[in-house]
Design a protein around this ligand. Structure first.
Ligand code: BDR
Ligand code: CA
Length: 310
């Protein structure tokens, strides 16, 4: 299996993404690093520990990362979407494990330097930790096999503002550093996540599979209500789980190399990803932007894998 690190801010869809990784024999989840984002860092870290514990995988180390964005602290988080504690109002039992004593970037750099195989890093929160890795440990960052990022939007506008997707908006300076770093990056944005909707029927399948599936379904309930009232859709968009699917099975999504610039200005466009779609890029810093998805197949993959956890 491919060594995998998940950098995350759980977060409802982050929780599903972690469970999907644990249910997938193609990857070996070796480290979880946490970042501020949907809720604050203490809560995202606690939630990561609890999700791993739910799956019986408290052996996976959890290292806490950045508590704030690189330059501008977040004016608001996403408690209204994910619940004030981040998991849709569900209180999972506490973990038997403690947080790793190392800062996230140190744990990540050490793992990258010692791994004898290329490591896939799935970054499904604000990109603060990954930007710090690029800046502080460039040799380690250069060893990343694939960096799969959930973030941005090429053609669908934003979800947190008219222009910006949440993860990029939450730390635009960090995203700018990461997208300019020349890493083998796949950008999984709203173009492919928004059409990929997990419906009640899918949720019911893993809810019935056993206690882990039932808890995952419970975590989704409040998100389902939010989707109904905010977007008028009868189902949930589990952005981060789609990014994990691409991390687990490379090529799940159709990607095109593009030049991507982040608006880091203070105006209404702050956090927007400007994706040059005039023609595929040939530049060293091009990012593989996901532009096509078989949503039915992606949802089936997620549902069947979550059901396999029992
Ligand atoms: C992203 O923002 C967060 O709220 C989700 O967890 C996901 O990573 C979607 O825009
Ligand atoms: Ca997330």
């Amino acid at each position: 299996p491919t060594p995998l690190v998940v950098d995350t801010d759980p977060g409802i869809d982050d929780a599903l993404a972690l469970l999907l990784a644990l249910a997938s024999p193609e990857v070996d989840l070796q480290l979880v690093t946490t970042v501020h984002g949907n809720v604050d860092l203490a809560q995202t870290t606690e939630n990561a520990l609890r999700v791993l514990h739910l799956a019986g995988r408290s052996d996976v180390p959890v290292a806490a990362g950045a508590r704030s964005s690189l330059v501008v602290p977040l004016a608001r988080r996403a408690g209204h979407v994910h619940g004030e504690a981040g998991l849709g109002g569900v209180v999972l039992p506490p973990s038997v494990a403690a947080v790793d004593p190392r800062p996230a970037v140190v744990a990540l750099a050490e793992l990258l330097m010692r791994s004898d195989r290329p490591v896939t890093v799935a970054a499904i929160g604000p990109l603060t930790n990954i930007a710090l890795l690029v800046s502080v440990y460039p040799d380690a960052a250069a060893r990343i096999g694939r960096l799969v990022v959930m973030g941005g939007s090429a053609s669908r506008g934003g979800n947190v503002t008219a222009a910006a997707e949440f993860n990029v908006w939450a730390d635009p300076e960090a995203a700018a550093v990461v997208f300019a770093a020349g890493l083998p990056t796949v950008l999984v944005g709203l173009d492919v996540t928004l059409p990929t909707v997990l419906t009640e029927a899918g949720i019911a399948r893993f809810a019935a599979a056993g206690p882990i599936g039932a808890q995952a379904a419970a975590v989704l309930r409040q998100y389902l209500d939010h989707a109904r009232t905010s977007y008028g859709i009868d189902g949930v968009v589990v952005h981060d789980a789609l990014a994990l699917t691409e991390a687990i099975v490379p090529g799940t999504l159709h990607t095109v190399p593009r030049d991507v610039v982040v608006d880091t200005g203070p105006g209404a466009g702050r956090g927007q990803t400007l994706v040059d779609r005039r023609s595929p890029s040939t530049s060293d810093t091009a990012v593989a932007v996901a532009e096509g998805v078989d949503s039915d197949a992606a949802v089936e993959f997620l549902v069947s894998r979550l059901a396999s956890l029992g």
